[in-house]
Structures are given as structure tokens and as C-alpha cells.
Ligand binder design. Structure first.
Ligand SMILES: NC(=O)c1ccc[n+]([C@@H]2O[C@H](COP(=O)([O-])OP(=O)(O)OC[C@H]3O[C@@H](n4cnc5c(N)ncnc54)[C@H](O)[C@@H]3O)[C@@H](O)[C@H]2O)c1
Ligand SMILES: [Zn+2]
Length: 346
């Protein structure tokens, strides 16, 4: 068995460990908070990953997909926790991908006004992103992730062994999310082995979260620091593709297209040269991810959706873009520039 390494998300008294490596799930019992007697394990049938907390534990299954990220699921979980007799001193454990960690985290945040949660992330996407950083929440019919809470976990486990059972498309989707970190400080990411690559992404996410826990660095008037919002690199277009909804793209695949698009938009705006565009193509290509828009894409519809993106605060559109000083949040990007850039990716 490869060594399991321990990283830390540094948030003062809310700091927590992230264990990364093959078989790391077997360490879950060592991470339970002192005084906990019961553990509510939240997972999905399809995950199939067992954990042993060493506590009196009961498993609660939630459904799959975005529909499972609902307030109904939260109510069902909290009622289940109450019937199980889970107290404020006990523990919730989310075992799954981002859907599970988002709902387990939110249920833990609101049950008894907050009980400890630990995540055992079982998708690549959850290991490099969703399980780290304390954002939890569910969807409303009006929009994705509209209700939620910042609730930092007590510990996160990224067991790379369990990724072997992931459907190939889910794995690829995780690679798309991973690719963004190549531009957030890990240029050599595609050359690392899986454990090292996951650990590097966790480290980068942890440092952005530690610097800007609640994503306030980027609010209007707070300057161009970027902070946690930089994790949305490649995501403005990705979210638009997902919102328009008729394209067969997993989240990470949409992010991959979003990354090569963002590089070209930055070049169009004179922020970077051809070399940086080539860097983006190389990373996305190394992971065998899509780098072109779907053939039948409606560029006008995408721009309309991007205008409504939650990060938009003034005129024009808002993107995280590369530039001479690295990534930053750029406001007021003219729609013409976006349309011209979309047209070269069709
Ligand atoms: N909170 C955050 O900071 C954050 C960040 C990024 C994404 N997210 C959220 O994460 C969600 C997407 O997460 P995801 O991509 O992990 O998808 P997911 O949770 O839907 O998992 C994908 C599929 O893989 C299955 N699965 C999980 N682990 C498995 C395993 N080891 N073996 C076999 N099958 C397994 C799941 O049952 C599911 O069917 C979205 O809802 C997104 O909003 C949250
Ligand atoms: Zn993402």
C-alpha cells in the first residue's frame, strides 16, 4: 500500500486534515471527534464504498444526480438522524461524490444547528474539489446550489483506491476539474501520478480556501484579488453549457472546453500570447478531454446565459482570465469579444 499523506486546510480553530492516498478510507476511525458515539453514514447505493467509523453507525442512502440535491433529501436525512438518535456530539459521514458531500454537509450544517461532518470523497471530482472547502448545499427549481451553508468538515479522506470503480466518464469529468489547477499553480499536473496529482490539487484548493473562506475577496469593491473565486476558472462557459442543457457534456468536460475558451478569450483581449493558449491546449489534450464546442452550439444563447451568471455585477460579462499576473477576475468583458472567441471554437 502506498503511503497516505496528510494535508491541512488551515482555518484557525476550524482547521482540518485531508488524507490522500490508496486505502486512506481505513483511517476514518482515527478521525472521529472525541465524544462522538454514533455516526450517520450518508451515501448512495452506486458508491459501494464501506467505511468503519468504530462508532455505532447507520447508513442513510440518498438518490443519484442533481435531483437528489433537494430540500426534500435534507428533510429525509434530518428525520432519519433524529430517529437514529444522533446528537450534537455525534458525526455525519458523507461517502460519495459531490452530490453526497453537498447534501451530507448541508444536512450536518443544519441538523441540531450543526453537527460534525467528515467526508470520504469517492469521485475524482469530489477529491480535488467538492469535498474540500466547506461549501454545502442543494438546488431549487429556480437554480443550482441556491440554498446552502458554509460548514467546514472535521476531516476529509481522498482514497484514490476507490476511484478504480468509477465509470470512465465520471473519471474523465474529474480530470476536467483537475485540469484547472494546472493554471492555479500546478503547471506540471499532467505529469504527476494520480496520488501526487490529487494531493497537489487538494493543497491548492486548501490554500485558496484558507485565504478566502467565504469567497468575499471577489465581491464588488474588494479589488481584483480573486481568492476563492479563481476556482471558477473555466466555469463561466461551463455553467452556460450546462444551463442551456442540451449538450451531452459532464461537468468536467464542460470545464475543459471552458478552459481552452478562457485562454483564447484572454488572448483576444491582449492579456496573454499564443504560448499560453498552447499551454491550455496541452493540458486539456493530455487528459484527452474535449476542447471544442458542441457542433450545434448556439453562441447567442450561451452569451445570454453568461450575462445572467451570478458573478456578473456590472456591464459586460465576468470571467476568470489568465494575464501577465496570472489568473484574475475580469469584469466588463464585451459580448463581441466573447462571440468572436466562441466562433473560433466551433
Ligand atoms: N461544494 C463544492 O465546493 C462543490 C464543488 C464542485 C462540485 N460540487 C458539486 O458536486 C456535484 C458533482 O459531483 P460528482 O461529479 O462527484 O458527481 P456525483 O456525486 O453525482 O457522482 C457521480 C456518479 O458516480 C457514482 N460514484 C461515486 N463514487 C463512486 C465510486 N467510487 N465507484 C463507482 N461509482 C461511484 C455516484 O453514485 C454517481 O452516480 C455537483 O452537484 C456539484 O454542484 C460541489
Ligand atoms: Zn467545477
Amino acid at each position: 500500500m502506498r503511503a497516505v499523506r496528510e494535508l491541512t486546510v488551515k482555518l484557525g480553530e476550524r482547521s482540518y486534515p485531508v488524507l490522500v492516498g490508496q486505502g486512506a478510507r481505513h483511517n476514518v476511525a482515527q478521525l472521529v471527534p472525541a465524544g462522538a458515539v454514533k455516526a450517520a453514514v450518508v451515501t448512495q447505493e452506486a458508491v459501494g464504498v464501506q467505511v468503519d467509523t468504530g462508532l455505532e453507525q447507520r447508513t442513510f442512502f440518498v438518490g443519484g444526480g442533481e435531483e437528489a440535491k433537494s430540500l426534500t433529501t435534507i428533510e429525509d436525512l434530518c428525520r432519519g438522524f433524529a430517529q437514529f438518535g444522533l446528537t450534537r456530539a455525534d458525526l455525519v459521514v458523507g461517502v460519495g461524490g459531490g452530490v453526497v458531500t453537498d447534501v451530507a454537509g448541508f444536512a450536518a450544517a443544519v441538523y441540531h444547528r450543526g453537527v460534525a461532518v467528515a467526508h470520504v470523497a469517492t469521485t475524482l471530482l469530489a477529491q480535488v474539489d467538492a469535498a474540500i472547502g466547506g461549501k454545502s448545499g442543494v438546488n431549487l427549481p429556480e437554480g443550482k446550489n441556491l440554498v446552502g451553508a458554509f460548514w467546514q468538515p472535521a476531516a476529509v479522506i481522498c482514497d484514490t483506491e476507490v476511484l478504480a470503480s468509477l465509470p470512465p466518464r465520471e473519471y474523465r469529468s474529474g480530470l476536467g476539474e483537475m485540469a484547472k489547477y494546472a493554471f492555479l499553480g500546478a503547471p506540471d499536473l499532467a505529469e504527476l501520478d494520480l496520488d501526487d496529482a490529487v494531493a497537489r490539487c487538494v493543497e491548492l484548493k486548501a490554500s485558496l480556501v484558507a485565504a478566502d473562506e467565504r469567497e468575499t475577496a471577489n465581491l464588488a469593491g474588494a479589488g481584483a484579488a480573486g481568492g476563492r473565486a479563481l476556482l471558477n476558472y473555466g466555469h463561466t462557459l461551463a455553467h452556460a453549457l450546462e444551463t442551456v442543457g442540451r449538450y451531452d457534456l459532464r461537468h468536467g468536460e464542460a470545464v475543459a472546453v471552458g478552459l481552452v475558451f478562457a485562454a483564447r478569450l484572454a488572448r483576444y483581449l491582449g492579456r496573454v500570447g499564443d504560448d499560453r493558449v498552447a499551454d491550455h491546449d496541452k493540458v486539456v489534450g493530455a487528459y484527452d478531454l474535449p476542447s471544442r464546442l458542441p457542433a450545434d452550439v448556439d453562441a447567442g444563447a450561451l452569451v445570454e446565459v453568461m450575462r445572467r451568471d451570478k458573478k456578473v455585477t456590472g456591464g459586460g460579462l465576468t470571467f476568470v482570465l489568465d494575464g501577465p499576473d496570472g489568473l484574475e477576475v475580469v469584469r466588463g468583458v464585451p459580448a463581441d469579444a466573447v462571440l468572436a472567441t466562441l466562433s473560433v471554437l466551433q
